[in-house]
Write a protein that binds this ligand. Structure first.
Ligand code: 4NP
Length: 158
């Protein structure tokens, strides 16, 4: 099993959106038996909560289900996941402070879309918690997930 973990600050806006969108793409590609998807936050404020209504709204408009509850990233995640993908550079810095040693590929979520040229001029997924730009975040998440799936398929020849 290839295990993918998306990470943001609260695990209620950006990483649950990526979790849901990527899970949907994996399912549609017929790869659900090969790729497992999850998300977590670096912070503890929202543990146990469902995703933000802005995230749930945009997912609903795109017919993508999501039932996950917020959780905080844990040390064990660095052993269990193959890809750990922070949504912005501050999430990456927080992760780097936590990690001891890990075989996981730890890379900015948008780095795959940046490399593919499908997202230009944006290396961080901006936090919609304060400015409510959930539709713009969805656009970035969709492109980021598509590039990530292409990368994994090539990496594992699946
Ligand atoms: P997220 O957004 O990291 O995309 O889930 C946030 C959610 C909550 C807070 C900040 C960002 N907060 O400060 O509670």
């Amino acid at each position: 099993m290839i295990r993918v973990l998306f990470v943001c600050l609260g695990n209620i806006c950006r990483s649950p959106m990526a979790d849901a969108v990527f899970q949907d793409m994996v399912k549609k590609a017929g790869l659900s038996d090969k790729i497992e998807v999850d998300s977590a936050g670096t912070g503890s404020w929202h543990i146990g909560e469902s995703a933000h209504r802005g995230t749930l709204g945009v997912l609903k408009r795109h017919n993508i289900p999501y039932q996950g509850r917020a959780r905080q990233i844990a040390r064990a995640d660095f052993d269990e996941f193959d890809y750990i993908l922070p949504m912005d550079s501050s999430n990456l810095a927080d992760i780097q402070r936590l990690v001891k040693d890990s075989d996981a590929e730890i890379a900015p979520f948008l780095s795959y879309a940046n490399a593919a040229g499908t997202v230009v001029g944006e290396t961080d997924v901006p936090d919609p918690y304060y400015d409510q730009r959930f539709d713009y975040v969805y656009e970035l998440v969709e492109k980021g997930c598509a590039a990530l799936l292409a990368h994994i398929r090539q990496q594992y020849q699946i």
